[in-house]
Design a binder for this molecule. Structure first.
Ligand SMILES: C[S@@+](CC[C@H](N)C(=O)[O-])C[C@H]1O[C@@H](n2cnc3c(N)ncnc32)[C@H](O)[C@@H]1O
Length: 208
């Protein structure tokens, strides 16, 4: 947050507590390495969308979530940030897209802890380490809760110009049969996903 005379100055169009040095992106930034054909697999006419798929209309900053410093010493990410619900989020509902730098395999930052798969067949990822939106602050549930309350899903966003764009969306988990997740995510609760065991195995290898 930029400071002027000691006071915090909010940056227009940027969420509160957004870190200095990371660019806030309302929509993805594409690597210049990506070919036009690859981009066409991500951005294409709405009429080409399979009929069962709907397209979302969405743009940040997001008022349904809040970037929150973690100050609980028992939280494994204490001292970092997490993303907290500002309102009750219903089961199966869309929360926000995961925005970042869209890149191919050759352009992957192996050190990034913010890189998600966008298209496995084309080995495309979306990396929010240097630029992204609020979704980059979503922590893994391990050591925090008994399970995730949200998940990443492929989704399509209506760009408003006749085209849709494939993105990774963050959704509240479905209610499920057991009824444990029937409440969704309550206001004030941290949004937690599963990064997958692979993420943590890789991190352990780095530490060795
Ligand atoms: C995508 S970032 C999440 C946001 C991060 N907490 C921040 O403030 O920028 C992933 C990093 O958050 C931390 N993290 C997330 N979930 C965690 C967990 N359950 N236990 C320990 N560290 C976690 C790890 O440092 C991990 O590399």
């Amino acid at each position: 947050m930029p400071r002027k005379g000691g006071a915090q100055v909010a940056r227009r169009g940027v969420p509160k507590d957004w870190p200095q040095g990371v660019v806030y992106l309302p929509s993805p930034l594409y690597s210049k390495r990506l070919s036009p054909d690859t981009i066409k697999t991500l951005i294409f006419p709405k009429s080409d969308l399979p009929t069962r798929e709907g397209a979302l209309t969405t743009r940040g900053p997001y008022s349904n979530v809040k970037i929150t410093p973690i100050t609980d010493p028992t939280h494994p990410a204490n001292g970092q940030y997490g993303l907290v619900a500002c309102q009750h989020l219903l089961p199966d509902s869309f929360i926000l897209p995961y925005i970042g730098y869209v890149h191919d395999k050759a352009d992957t930052d192996e050190q990034s802890d913010y890189d998600l798969s966008l298209d496995r067949d084309l080995s495309l990822g979306v990396d929010a380490s240097k630029m992204g939106n609020e979704a980059r602050f979503i922590n893994d549930y391990r050591g925090v809760s008994t399970g995730p309350n949200a998940e990443f899903r492929d989704t399509f966003v209506d760009l408003g110009n006749g085209n849709v764009e494939k993105r990774v969306g963050v959704f509240v988990m479905c209610a499920g049969k057991s009824g444990k997740k029937a409440k969704g995510i309550l206001q004030g609760q941290e949004i937690l996903v599963s990064y997958g065991k692979g993420f943590w195995t890789e991190r352990l290898k780095v530490q060795e």
